[in-house]
Write a protein that binds this ligand. Sequence first.
Ligand SMILES: NC(=O)c1ccc[n+]([C@@H]2O[C@H](COP(=O)([O-])OP(=O)(O)OC[C@H]3O[C@@H](n4cnc5c(N)ncnc54)[C@H](O)[C@@H]3O)[C@@H](O)[C@H]2O)c1
Ligand SMILES: [Zn+2]
Length: 348
Amino acid sequence: MLHSLTQLSSLLSDLPKGQLFVLTDSHTKVHCLPLFAESIGDFSYHLLTLEAGEVTKNLTSVQLVWDFLLKHRATREAVLVNLGGGMITDLGGFAAATYMRGIRFVNIPTTLLAMVDASSGGKTGFDYKGVKNAIGTFTLPLATLIHLDFLRTLPAEELLSGFAEMLKHALIASKEEWVNLLQLLQEELPHEQLVEALGSTGVLQASIAIKEKVVAQDPHETGLRKILNFGHTVGHAIESAALERNALPHGYCVLWGMVAEVYLSVVKLGCPREVLQQLTQIMLQYYGRPQCNCKQREQLIQRMYQDKKNSANRTPNFTLLRAVGEPEINQYVSEKDIDEALEYLFSL
Ligand SMILES: NC(=O)c1ccc[n+]([C@@H]2O[C@H](COP(=O)([O-])OP(=O)(O)OC[C@H]3O[C@@H](n4cnc5c(N)ncnc54)[C@H](O)[C@@H]3O)[C@@H](O)[C@H]2O)c1
Ligand SMILES: [Zn+2]
């Protein structure tokens, strides 16, 4: 359920004393905790802070959260507040879902990516043995609280990263949202104004609603939910190839992945070419060209075979578009077509 931060106190009204726990990372402790503390008034809480960054999303950190809960005698009535980006909401969600067979947790996402994607939908987990999100559960938070002010301190690159997932939601589900986002981007607003416009134009709420609606229809990703993987078959391949040198923001990889996958959509499903032109323009204006040592197309295609969405003995599995708002899941595309799409992406 979505609420605003002001509703936190009422959500916690039945909470026994000493049973409120808060998890932050080293950045959100500085930038977001003061506002959070203000919003809960007299409530006291126990705080645990982890080092910021995806490298922290590991089993050792999960154990630190369990130890923290045990040390302060958290009972089954306890509530864990995850105050941070997707790293914190995924990891804290997992720790809460497993502590004493599950305690309640509230997500307060502080990045755009976590607001529109990571903090809703119930996926929790952590990275294990080099595999991203290898261990996890499907567990819904008690609530997800959205508060735009947190985005004011977010680095511009992180804001754009989250915006890419909003573009994805629009492409798979809503012509109207797509047009609204194109309009917003045309205005080239500075950071502060863009943050404000995300709220005042309704595009943020619309984007969250798209994800929530898809998840509600397919909570465990047996079918329809795969539409949320649009852009991710190519995107993950670029992301993991780049990881060998330096991490790239997830949303940037998804944006580049979507350019290649819209290209495939034009070729395979007759998606209007105009969509490809619009997305390519956004890429060139805001995200730049793929910056990675991943331009060996053959190698990228091999990585797509390793994608967890694949069935054995088949070419990589894509979600493609017939048009904006008309996705098709389980599209198996030949290596030759994928190669052509990558050639387009890298020629821009
Ligand atoms: N559960 C899901 O369905 C789902 C979906 C998408 C992504 N994810 C996961 O989410 C994670 C990525 O999320 P993310 O992009 O939010 O990463 P993140 O949590 O690492 O945050 C990115 C950076 O921004 C900093 N930050 C966060 N809020 C800030 C603020 N308000 N001001 C200044 N700095 C701030 C963080 O400290 C970090 O350095 C990945 O682990 C990914 O697997 C999960
Ligand atoms: Zn994503």
